[in-house]
Design a protein around this ligand. Structure first.
Ligand SMILES: [Zn+2]
Length: 211
Protein backbone atom coordinates (compact mmCIF):
# COMPACT_ATOMS: atom_id res chain seq x y z
CA UNK A 1 0.00 0.00 0.00
CA UNK A 2 2.89 2.31 0.92
CA UNK A 3 4.43 1.66 -2.43
CA UNK A 4 1.12 2.38 -4.09
CA UNK A 5 0.84 5.73 -2.23
CA UNK A 6 4.37 6.64 -3.20
CA UNK A 7 3.57 5.80 -6.78
CA UNK A 8 0.40 7.93 -6.67
CA UNK A 9 2.23 10.90 -5.16
CA UNK A 10 5.09 10.76 -7.63
CA UNK A 11 2.53 10.46 -10.43
CA UNK A 12 0.74 13.54 -9.02
CA UNK A 13 4.04 15.45 -8.98
CA UNK A 14 4.60 14.41 -12.59
CA UNK A 15 1.13 15.65 -13.60
CA UNK A 16 1.70 18.87 -11.66
CA UNK A 17 5.01 19.44 -13.45
CA UNK A 18 3.28 18.96 -16.83
CA UNK A 19 0.49 21.34 -15.85
CA UNK A 20 2.96 24.02 -14.74
CA UNK A 21 5.05 23.74 -17.90
CA UNK A 22 2.01 23.74 -20.23
CA UNK A 23 0.66 26.74 -18.35
CA UNK A 24 3.97 28.52 -18.91
CA UNK A 25 3.66 27.77 -22.64
CA UNK A 26 0.13 29.14 -22.71
CA UNK A 27 1.25 32.31 -20.99
CA UNK A 28 3.96 32.73 -23.56
CA UNK A 29 1.41 32.41 -26.36
CA UNK A 30 -0.97 34.86 -24.70
CA UNK A 31 1.68 37.53 -24.87
CA UNK A 32 1.20 37.55 -28.64
CA UNK A 33 -2.41 38.61 -28.17
CA UNK A 34 -3.18 42.27 -28.58
CA UNK A 35 -5.98 43.60 -26.46
CA UNK A 36 -8.04 46.69 -27.02
CA UNK A 37 -11.24 48.17 -28.36
CA UNK A 38 -12.45 47.96 -31.94
CA UNK A 39 -13.88 50.82 -33.95
CA UNK A 40 -15.64 50.84 -37.30
CA UNK A 41 -14.44 53.59 -39.66
CA UNK A 42 -17.07 54.06 -42.35
CA UNK A 43 -18.74 56.41 -44.78
CA UNK A 44 -21.03 59.07 -43.36
CA UNK A 45 -23.90 60.45 -45.44
CA UNK A 46 -22.64 64.03 -45.16
CA UNK A 47 -19.43 63.36 -47.14
CA UNK A 48 -17.39 62.72 -44.03
CA UNK A 49 -16.15 59.67 -42.20
CA UNK A 50 -17.76 58.40 -39.03
CA UNK A 51 -16.26 56.25 -36.31
CA UNK A 52 -18.25 54.13 -33.90
CA UNK A 53 -18.07 50.98 -31.82
CA UNK A 54 -20.55 48.83 -33.75
CA UNK A 55 -18.51 45.98 -35.13
CA UNK A 56 -20.94 43.44 -36.58
CA UNK A 57 -22.45 45.52 -39.38
CA UNK A 58 -19.44 47.66 -40.19
CA UNK A 59 -19.51 48.81 -43.83
CA UNK A 60 -16.04 50.35 -43.72
CA UNK A 61 -12.84 49.15 -42.09
CA UNK A 62 -12.35 47.74 -38.61
CA UNK A 63 -9.49 49.04 -36.52
CA UNK A 64 -8.19 47.74 -33.23
CA UNK A 65 -7.14 50.46 -30.82
CA UNK A 66 -4.71 48.48 -28.74
CA UNK A 67 -4.09 48.98 -25.04
CA UNK A 68 -0.47 49.23 -26.21
CA UNK A 69 -1.26 52.65 -27.72
CA UNK A 70 -1.22 51.53 -31.36
CA UNK A 71 -4.00 51.60 -33.96
CA UNK A 72 -4.14 48.49 -36.14
CA UNK A 73 -6.04 47.89 -39.39
CA UNK A 74 -7.54 44.44 -38.97
CA UNK A 75 -7.21 41.53 -41.39
CA UNK A 76 -9.24 38.48 -40.45
CA UNK A 77 -12.71 37.05 -40.30
CA UNK A 78 -15.92 38.03 -38.53
CA UNK A 79 -15.89 34.58 -36.92
CA UNK A 80 -12.48 35.22 -35.28
CA UNK A 81 -13.81 38.55 -34.16
CA UNK A 82 -16.77 37.03 -32.36
CA UNK A 83 -14.48 34.55 -30.61
CA UNK A 84 -12.06 37.24 -29.53
CA UNK A 85 -14.54 39.32 -27.58
CA UNK A 86 -13.58 39.12 -23.94
CA UNK A 87 -15.92 39.06 -20.99
CA UNK A 88 -15.14 42.69 -20.29
CA UNK A 89 -17.61 44.49 -22.52
CA UNK A 90 -16.24 46.00 -25.72
CA UNK A 91 -12.78 44.66 -25.09
CA UNK A 92 -11.28 42.31 -27.67
CA UNK A 93 -8.22 40.10 -27.53
CA UNK A 94 -6.89 39.55 -31.05
CA UNK A 95 -4.42 36.77 -31.73
CA UNK A 96 -2.65 37.99 -34.84
CA UNK A 97 0.61 38.88 -36.48
CA UNK A 98 1.68 42.48 -36.27
CA UNK A 99 2.93 44.05 -39.49
CA UNK A 100 3.72 47.57 -40.65
CA UNK A 101 4.93 50.62 -38.75
CA UNK A 102 3.75 53.57 -36.65
CA UNK A 103 1.91 55.18 -39.60
CA UNK A 104 0.11 52.02 -40.70
CA UNK A 105 0.02 49.13 -38.26
CA UNK A 106 -1.76 45.94 -39.36
CA UNK A 107 -2.90 43.03 -37.21
CA UNK A 108 -3.44 39.88 -39.27
CA UNK A 109 -5.31 37.07 -37.55
CA UNK A 110 -5.30 34.87 -40.66
CA UNK A 111 -1.78 33.72 -39.60
CA UNK A 112 -0.55 34.46 -43.11
CA UNK A 113 3.08 35.49 -43.56
CA UNK A 114 2.30 37.75 -46.50
CA UNK A 115 3.38 41.33 -46.07
CA UNK A 116 1.92 42.44 -49.40
CA UNK A 117 -1.56 41.56 -50.62
CA UNK A 118 -2.01 38.47 -52.76
CA UNK A 119 -1.02 39.00 -56.37
CA UNK A 120 -3.48 41.45 -57.82
CA UNK A 121 -3.58 44.20 -60.39
CA UNK A 122 -2.34 47.66 -59.58
CA UNK A 123 -5.28 50.01 -59.32
CA UNK A 124 -5.79 53.75 -59.24
CA UNK A 125 -8.12 54.80 -56.45
CA UNK A 126 -9.37 58.36 -56.27
CA UNK A 127 -10.80 59.88 -53.13
CA UNK A 128 -10.35 62.05 -50.07
CA UNK A 129 -7.79 61.17 -47.43
CA UNK A 130 -8.75 61.41 -43.79
CA UNK A 131 -6.33 61.40 -40.85
CA UNK A 132 -7.48 59.24 -37.96
CA UNK A 133 -6.29 60.89 -34.77
CA UNK A 134 -6.32 58.45 -31.86
CA UNK A 135 -7.82 58.99 -28.42
CA UNK A 136 -7.00 55.98 -26.28
CA UNK A 137 -8.97 54.83 -23.27
CA UNK A 138 -7.85 56.53 -20.06
CA UNK A 139 -9.48 57.25 -16.74
CA UNK A 140 -11.16 60.22 -18.47
CA UNK A 141 -11.89 58.66 -21.89
CA UNK A 142 -14.18 55.66 -21.42
CA UNK A 143 -13.78 54.16 -24.89
CA UNK A 144 -10.84 54.45 -27.26
CA UNK A 145 -11.84 56.23 -30.43
CA UNK A 146 -10.51 57.87 -33.59
CA UNK A 147 -11.21 61.40 -34.71
CA UNK A 148 -11.38 61.61 -38.53
CA UNK A 149 -10.09 64.85 -40.06
CA UNK A 150 -9.97 65.62 -43.79
CA UNK A 151 -6.26 65.81 -44.62
CA UNK A 152 -6.28 69.27 -46.14
CA UNK A 153 -2.92 70.23 -44.60
CA UNK A 154 0.41 68.39 -44.12
CA UNK A 155 0.14 66.07 -41.12
CA UNK A 156 3.57 64.40 -41.06
CA UNK A 157 4.61 66.41 -38.01
CA UNK A 158 1.64 65.30 -35.92
CA UNK A 159 1.89 62.25 -33.71
CA UNK A 160 2.07 59.29 -36.17
CA UNK A 161 -1.44 58.09 -37.04
CA UNK A 162 -3.41 56.02 -39.54
CA UNK A 163 -5.29 57.14 -42.65
CA UNK A 164 -8.25 56.09 -44.72
CA UNK A 165 -9.21 57.05 -48.24
CA UNK A 166 -12.86 57.53 -49.11
CA UNK A 167 -14.07 57.39 -52.71
CA UNK A 168 -16.99 59.44 -53.97
CA UNK A 169 -19.05 56.23 -53.94
CA UNK A 170 -18.48 55.91 -50.21
CA UNK A 171 -15.97 53.07 -50.29
CA UNK A 172 -13.47 53.32 -47.44
CA UNK A 173 -9.91 51.94 -47.73
CA UNK A 174 -7.33 51.78 -44.99
CA UNK A 175 -4.15 53.28 -46.47
CA UNK A 176 -1.13 51.08 -45.77
CA UNK A 177 2.32 50.62 -47.28
CA UNK A 178 5.90 51.56 -46.52
CA UNK A 179 6.53 54.33 -44.01
CA UNK A 180 8.27 56.34 -46.74
CA UNK A 181 5.19 56.22 -48.99
CA UNK A 182 2.77 57.10 -46.21
CA UNK A 183 4.96 60.02 -45.13
CA UNK A 184 4.94 61.20 -48.73
CA UNK A 185 1.15 61.25 -48.73
CA UNK A 186 1.15 63.10 -45.39
CA UNK A 187 3.41 65.81 -46.78
CA UNK A 188 1.25 66.39 -49.85
CA UNK A 189 -2.29 66.06 -48.69
CA UNK A 190 -5.20 67.19 -50.78
CA UNK A 191 -8.73 66.07 -51.34
CA UNK A 192 -9.57 64.14 -54.46
CA UNK A 193 -6.14 62.53 -54.50
CA UNK A 194 -5.19 59.61 -56.75
CA UNK A 195 -3.36 56.75 -55.07
CA UNK A 196 -1.77 53.86 -56.96
CA UNK A 197 -1.71 50.54 -55.20
CA UNK A 198 -2.96 47.03 -54.69
CA UNK A 199 -6.23 46.33 -52.97
CA UNK A 200 -6.78 43.63 -50.42
CA UNK A 201 -10.34 42.88 -49.43
CA UNK A 202 -11.14 40.87 -46.33
CA UNK A 203 -14.14 40.46 -44.02
CA UNK A 204 -12.93 43.32 -41.85
CA UNK A 205 -12.65 45.83 -44.70
CA UNK A 206 -10.57 47.04 -47.63
CA UNK A 207 -6.85 47.81 -47.53
CA UNK A 208 -5.00 49.84 -50.13
CA UNK A 209 -1.26 49.05 -50.25
CA UNK A 210 0.19 52.19 -51.80
CA UNK A 211 3.42 52.34 -53.75
ZN1 LIG B 1 -2.63 62.42 -41.41
Amino acid sequence: MKEFNALISSFSLFVLAILISSNALCEQKEKQDTEGQIVCVENAEDGNIKVDHQVEDCKGVLMLMGNDGKTYTMIGSKEDLRKSKSTEKENFKIDGQIKGHQRAWIIDSTKSDEVEPPESETRDIVGDIFCLLPYYKTSKIKKSTLKPILASYPCHELEPHSHVLKTKDGEVYSVVGSEEKITNIEKNPKDNVLLKGKVRANENGLLLYVF
